[in-house]
Design a protein around this ligand. Structure first.
Ligand SMILES: [Zn+2]
Length: 67
């Protein structure tokens, strides 16, 4: 029995890193939320989420070139 589960969740939540194009801050978004955003996209389109810090556009961090 695994008791080391501080959140009391059975399912492991995968967090994906996003980086804001506008303010450069990073945020982590649960994969299932990103999946919801992906539904209407074509395969070659990036998932974009709204930045909680500035209201700008966040993209998957791996797709944002590091400076
Ligand atoms: Zn931002």
């Amino acid at each position: 029995m695994e008791e080391d589960d501080p959140f009391g969740l059975d399912d492991e939540i995968v967090l994906l890193s996003f980086k804001c194009k506008d303010c450069g801050k990073r945020d982590e978004v649960p994969e299932y939320v990103v999946g919801d955003f992906s539904v209407d996209l074509n395969n070659d389109e990036e998932v974009e989420v709204e930045c909680p810090f500035c209201g700008g556009t966040m993209l998957r961090a791996r797709n944002v070139p590091s400076e």
